[in-house]
Design a protein around this ligand. Structure first.
Ligand SMILES: Cc1cc2nc3c(=O)[nH]c(=O)nc-3n(C[C@H](O)[C@H](O)[C@H](O)COP(=O)(O)OP(=O)(O)OC[C@H]3O[C@@H](n4cnc5c(N)ncnc54)[C@H](O)[C@@H]3O)c2cc1C
Length: 278
């Protein structure tokens, strides 16, 4: 199938892009790498009157450390991160994620902003960035706002983006040396979207843990009370203290009704925790 006819604009700067999007509102769509929007257009799942191509905007390719956080423009590609062309504040966690998204041709074009904007719960960045505590800066011609990644994703293929808004930058807190990182995704074969994801940041000296369950056909689950999973405390032996039964109960309460699905998610979580401890 071919896309329905649309107008195409390639603005020179962010201001011009925001003006175009502001005027067109609901009838416009942003394109960055086109890896997800392309198929959506071809299948006529979206039929915008105007497509605004942001891939040339220098403002969206910023990549710098600002104090305790890493600021990455929305048009940074997975390959930019995989190849280390942008600074890292996550001690390699983001590089590991980028290198395992799809295959190289997709990573060359696919962007951070596009991945979040598409809001596919199975996308790697949604779970990984939620675990890293990242925030998304949304900009329109009338102002900006900063949202946690987990609040930005509302449900499958639905984000908090309002008409006229653009994801400008992604803000990732620096990962302390004591915070251990684990990520595991279960896919039928390499390069395919995951059907279960777990991303964890566990910091025994600080006695904190941030655990995310993703690819659940909804916004990722950020486990609010992680202590319960580890028998009430987070210490260096957390791998041994992890209780899969408690995790299963938490996921049931979070709305995953199917026991087989919960079993997969709990085991994926267990592997991410083991990965962090390794
Ligand atoms: C074969 C294949 C396999 C894939 N496998 C994986 C995988 O295993 N894991 C994974 O995580 N991803 C996977 N992807 C997705 C890929 O990684 C891209 O990140 C993703 O397609 C979107 O990035 P993009 O830049 O191409 O966005 P686009 O396709 O250009 O846009 C996607 C959506 O985001 C919106 N958008 C884009 N940029 C912005 C912005 N700055 N502000 C607001 N909205 C914006 C667009 O309007 C559109 O709705 C796969 C894609 C393909 C084609």
């Amino acid at each position: 199938m071919k896309p329905a006819p649309f107008d195409y604009q390639r603005p020179h700067d962010l201001k011009e892009a925001l003006s175009l999007l502001g005027k067109a509102g609901h009838s416009s769509k942003i394109i960055a790498g086109g890896q997800s929007l392309g198929p959506m257009l071809n299948l006529r799942l979206v039929e915008p009157e105007l497509i605004v191509d942001i891939s040339a905007l220098a403002e969206l390719k910023v990549a710098e450390r600002r104090g305790d956080e890493l600021v990455l423009g929305a048009c940074i590609t997975h390959a930019d991160i995989e190849d280390g062309r942008v600074p890292d504040a996550t001690r390699g966690a983001m590089q590991q994620i980028a290198a395992n998204i799809a295959y190289r041709a997709v990573r060359n074009r696919g962007t951070l902003g596009g991945s979040l904007g598409h809001a596919d719960p199975a996308a790697d960045w949604i779970s990984a960035l939620a675990a890293l505590g990242a925030r998304v800066r949304l900009t329109s011609s009338t102002g900006t706002r900063l949202l946690d990644v987990e609040s930005f994703v509302v449900s499958a293929l639905e984000s908090a983006l309002r008409p006229g808004e653009i994801i400008e930058t992604i803000h990732v807190p620096a990962r302390p040396a004591s915070a251990q990182w684990g990520y595991f995704k279960s896919c039928r074969k390499t390069g395919e979207y995951a059907h279960a994801i777990a991303a964890v940041v566990i910091d025994p000296p600080a006695a904190t843990a941030r655990l995310v369950i993703g690819a659940i056909e909804a916004a990722p689950i950020v486990i609010k009370n992680p202590l319960e999973l580890f028998g009430g405390r987070i210490t260096g032996d957390y791998k041994e203290r992890f209780d899969p039964q408690v995790a299963d109960t938490m996921l049931a309460k979070a709305g995953i009704a199917d026991a087989a699905q919960r079993h997969i998610h709990v085991n994926v979580l267990k592997r991410a925790i083991r990965g962090a401890a390794a």
